[in-house]
Design a protein around this ligand. Structure first.
Ligand SMILES: [Zn+2]
Length: 136
C-alpha cells in the first residue's frame, strides 16, 4: 500500500485560532497592542514591545513588500516533493511586522526584493487556510 506524502498542516490552538479563523475567511488577522498601539507577529500572549497583556485582534491591510526570499530545491519533507523549486519569502507588512510565507502567481525568476505584494489565502486542509502573497 502506498501513501502520498502531504505537507504538514498547522494545528490552531486557543491563542492562534483568531489568526486561522481570519485566514479561513480571507482576512489577514494580526495582534495589535491597545497599550502601545504596535502590531505584532508571530502570535503571542503579550506585546513584544511593552510586554502588556493587551493584544487584540484586528484585520491587517494584507499589503506588504518582499523583504527577502530563497528558492528551495531540496526536498526536506516528502510532502513538498511536487512543489520544488518553490520560494520561501519574508514579507514586510504595512503594519510593521515581518511574515514568512510564499509568493505565488509569479515565477521564481521574476521575484524582486522590494516588490509590492498582497495577501491571498490558500486552503491547505479541511479547515485550515494559510496566507500567501502575490504581486500587487
Ligand atoms: Zn504594547
Amino acid at each position: 500500500m502506498s501513501q502520498t506524502a502531504t505537507k504538514p498542516i498547522p494545528v490552531p490552538d486557543d491563542i492562534s485560532a483568531p489568526f486561522f479563523d481570519g485566514a479561513r475567511q480571507g482576512r489577514l488577522m494580526l495582534q495589535h497592542c491597545t497599550a502601545c498601539s504596535k502590531w505584532s507577529f508571530p502570535v503571542r500572549e503579550r506585546c513584544p514591545h511593552c510586554f502588556a497583556p493587551k493584544l487584540e485582534w484586528r484585520a491587517a491591510s494584507g499589503r506588504g513588500t518582499l523583504y527577502t526570499f530563497t528558492i528551495m530545491h531540496q526536498v526536506m519533507n516528502p510532502g513538498f516533493a511536487s512543489s520544488v523549486p518553490y520560494n520561501v519569502a519574508q514579507v514586510d507588512l504595512e503594519e510593521g511586522v515581518r511574515m514568512v510565507s510564499n509568493v505565488i502567481g509569479i515565477s521564481n525568476d521574476a521575484l524582486k526584493v522590494g516588490m509590492k505584494l498582497e495577501a491571498v489565502f490558500e486552503d491547505v486542509g479541511e479547515n485550515v487556510s494559510l496566507p500567501k502573497f502575490r504581486p500587487a
